[in-house]
Ligand binder design. Sequence first.
Ligand code: GLV
Ligand code: MN
Ligand code: MN
Length: 416
Amino acid sequence: MGIEDLHINRDRLLRRLDALAEIGAIDGGGVCRLALTEEDRLGRDQVTAWMRELGMAVSVDRIGNVVGVRAGRRPGPPVMTGSHIDTVRTGGRYDGTLGVLAGLEVIEVLNERNLETEHPLAVAYFTNEEGSRFAPDMMGSLVYVGGMSVEEARATRGIDDSTVGECLDAIGYAGEADCGAPSVHAFVELHIEQGPILEQKGVTIGAVEQVQGISWTEFTVAGVSNHAGTTPMPLRHDAGYAAAAIACEVRNLAMRIGGNQVGTAGALTIAPNLVNVVANRATLTVDLRNTEEERLQRAEAELAAFVDQLAKNEGVEITSRRLARFQPVEFDAGIVDRVERAARDLGLSVRRMPSGAGHDAQMLARVCPAGMVFVPSADGISHNVREYTEPDHLEAGANVLLRVLVDLAQQPVGGG
Ligand code: GLV
Ligand code: MN
Ligand code: MN
């Protein structure tokens, strides 16, 4: 039987997606499984049970990454796929989950057909990909590739002041496996695009060539509270105004730099948060991204200069804390070719494209040839309960993943 006879079972994939979406379900069809919460634990238990049902050897590492391995004809590093099952607080049901469950579907197809691959195959889900509770994002895969120590990751404090270590222990997912084991022969991740390009172009598959650089900063503004009615404007040290000015500048500088530059002021707190009191404290997060490192650095520098000047003009103190910083990543040319070829062989339209979102594959790219498959997101919406990808597109992406994984698991990688 040739690879052209292998297809995933769409209903089974959809059933698993539906079942996982029930864990942490929120109004509007979305999901809240913030990293290392009780909902995350329940989701992990479900996915781990599915891995075991499929006969995979499951290991949990010290930062809670879970890897299921299906043996190959010879031992050695597996060809790995996977993603994450944590979500943002207002998440959809496909972000991350699709990549993990499509991986399990690939394993089930091979099991049903009794097919052996040369290299082992692995499906992983990595801890805290989203980073919205604990920064940085892609934390588990970053630790997996040695970019952060387990100790540093465990000590990270989240938005609710708890640490990664405490929460990992509490949900029972601080495992014993060494982070980074097994080493990986090649990594391919299926993910929803989370942007509008594929849908706008009427294309089904994205062969992802690169991931844009990410810069996250938290600013804290210390001002002076005073009476909103009696304090003349020139005498104010208004933390609320300063935070708002930074938020506006983030928008302005992204427009000024243009091209792929994006900028978001996504989280804001203000104190004492009362109608008639000048605010004495504000915190604000800034997310800057660009596919070009030089432009990203320019955005960071322009924002820093703006913040310095603002602090002087308003007489407030502004401190900053880096939450995440990752340079743009290029995926392996050979894997991008394989994704494109697999899509064409399946009769699917395909285009090469960058990723605007961060992904575990960008971390794995530090240690092995890596790449990604994208499928369209309806209306380009993600990190929103309305996130949606048509079943035909889910199926198409999973079939491309199946082909690329089997192709890689039979052959040496590299060179296209
Ligand atoms: C995380 O996945 C992000 O891109 O924000
Ligand atoms: Mn994701
Ligand atoms: Mn996400």
